[in-house]
Design a binder for this molecule. Structure first.
Ligand code: NAD
Length: 507
């Protein structure tokens, strides 16, 4: 038994949200939500029963009957109000997030803020959910499209962005006229629940947004449920692939944003100080628990001499509880994550990579029980080593060498993942070559974490994504709507009559 399973009855329970009410689960299966810096149990989260899953879906199905017909302006105004409420509660939301997830308070605000941007975008739905019209496609005939909502949609989210990723999902699904069932990460559901409370306060009607908690059984029930039309999943490749396959079998539309191994290429002409800052921030920020974290830097030519400077830079980062001022690297989310990351560091050494900086067992005064791993750097990393093949999801940066840009591009394209990548260079020609040749969905040029803002879509590719359409941006309007194409002819006299038409042609 560890802190996540030890019975803790003295703490608050996380509620389900069904039909506009926050209700206590009747389940017998609970798990603790634990502060990763202290191991304090903050709350207990239920694993919803099959009846509760069905009740949430039924409430969403019922609410869809009226919500789908709610005028676009009324939907937009709820999200205008919602963005204001999120802004007003920013510090409170960040504090809840840091307590349960571990990241620093400024980074927790960033987590909320990047979700808030999607809420702002949702408020502009009047300009987004537009069909097309072609006038006079035949005599007196017009053709136009309606982008209609699908019905009940569901979202399944990971632990690492408990504010941003739920906000990628339910605002865009709901503002396009769908109703929603959200299944947050059972590791840190509290900030997500606070965001849902604020969403109801903003005016989302009962049943339009529902929340159920749980793990594998609840996720499988969502995949199988006949009344759910679409699922948005963000999480690991293993679970995402399972969700994609299982939910597709029942005819659902599914999008899965999954694991990563993001490489950055460092050209010898790059601005050295800015590049080292970017690598340290993107490799070790959020303790490496970002799907867009840089986990491999490919140093090209002379840039391979920069290893000692990078190590020196990494040593300047302060490790500690996310609530403490000046901290750069908080704890890993759980004891299990800590053990997995330190185990991979051991494997890296055993596989023959050179451990340039060992972040195991840092001393963090006052937080001796925290799941801390300090910045760790390996050089001489090669394909085939465990630290290269697996997503470490910790503050571990792997350094590889290449003699040319082409060799570095070849290495990245040979890796199965396609979430994010970046190049650091002062050469426009090198950057353009990289942009053209690299087979990764999100590309940064002197930008280490190129997560697109919401007027674009999140566009991971290859093994990092299943499904054609990404979350937010234009693509998500297509994901959450069904296009209906109407071909119409209105008669007011006989002037355009051609008699009986026995052909397929429009006359
Ligand atoms: P995870 O896959 O363990 O969990 C994701 C969700 O699936 C959670 O809600 C969880 O309850 C559920 N789940 C867990 N095990 C399950 C099982 N066996 N069957 C069914 N459902 C299950 O992911 P995580 O550890 O919470 O998050 C980290 C992962 O998410 C990393 O791989 C990271 O790269 C990825 N991620 C990807 C993106 C992206 O946009 N590509 C963004 C954030 C995180």
């Amino acid at each position: 038994m560890d802190a996540t399973t030890t019975p803790a009855t003295q703490v608050a329970s996380v509620k389900l949200l069904i039909g506009g009410e926050f209700v206590e689960s009747r389940t017998t299966e609970w798990r603790n939500v634990v502060n990763p810096a202290t191991q304090e149990v903050l709350a207990r989260v239920p694993f919803a029963t099959p009846e509760e899953v069905n009740a949430a879906v039924a409430s969403a199905k019922d609410a869809f009957k009226t919500w789908r017909k709610t005028p676009i302006g009324a939907r937009a105004r709820i999200f205008l109000k919602y963005q204001q409420l999120i802004r007003e509660h920013m510090s409170e939301l960040a504090a809840i997030l840091t307590a349960e997830q571990g990241k620093t308070l400024p980074d927790a605000e960033g987590d909320v803020f990047r979700g808030l941007e999607v809420v702002e975008h949702a408020a502009g739905i009047g300009n987004l959910q537009l069909g097309e019209l072609a006038n006079n496609v035949a005599n007196g005939v017009d053709t136009y499209t309606l982008l209609q909502p699908l019905g009940v949609c569901a979202g399944i989210t990971p632990f690492n962005f408990p504010a941003m990723i739920p906000l990628w999902m339910f605002p865009m699904a709901i503002v396009t006229g769908n109703t929603f069932v959200l299944k947050p990460s059972e590791q840190d559901p509290m900030v997500t629940m606070r965001l849902c409370e604020l969403a109801l306060q903003a005016g989302i009607p009962p049943g339009v947004l529902n929340v159920i908690h749980g793990g594998e059984a609840v996720v499988n029930a969502i995949c199988d449920h006949a009344d759910i039309k679409a699922i948005s999943f963000v999480g690991s490749t293993k679970v995402g692939t399972h969700v994609y396959n299982r939910a597709s079998l029942t005819g659902k539309r599914v999008q899965c944003m999954m694991g990563a191994k993001n490489h950055a290429i460092v050209m010898p002409d790059a601005n050295k100080e800015q590049t080292l800052n970017a690598l340290a921030g993107a490799g070790f920020g959020a303790a490496g628990q970002r799907c867009m974290a840089v986990s491999v830097a490919v140093l090209v030519g002379e840039a391979q001499q920069w290893v000692p400077d990078l190590v020196a830079k990494a040593k300047t980062l302060k490790v500690g509880a996310g609530t403490e001022k000046g901290v750069d690297v908080g704890p890993l989310v759980s004891c299990a994550a800590h053990d997995r990351v330190t185990g991979l560091i051991e494997r890296g050494e055993a596989d023959g990579a050179k451990l340039e900086l060992d972040g195991r067992k840092p001393t963090v005064a006052g937080y001796e029980k925290g799941n801390f791993v300090a910045p760790t750097i390996f050089s001489g990393v090669k394909p085939g080593m465990s630290i290269y093949e697996q997503e470490i999801f910790g503050p571990v940066l792997c350094l590889a060498g290449a003699e040319s840009l082409d060799e570095a591009i070849e290495m990245i394209n040979a890796n199965p993942n396609g979430n994010g990548t970046a190049i650091f260079t002062q050469s426009g020609a090198a950057a353009r070559r990289f942009q053209e040749e690299i087979d990764v969905g999100q590309v940064g040029i002197n930008v280490p974490i190129p997560v697109p803002v919401p007027m674009f879509s999140f566009t991971g590719s290859r093994a990092s994504k299943l499904g054609d359409l990404g979350p937010y941006g234009k693509q998500v309007i297509m994901f959450y709507t069904q296009t209906k194409t109407v071909t119409a002819r209105w008669f007011d006299d006989d002037t355009i009559s051609h008699g009986v038409n026995t052909t397929i042609s429009l006359k």
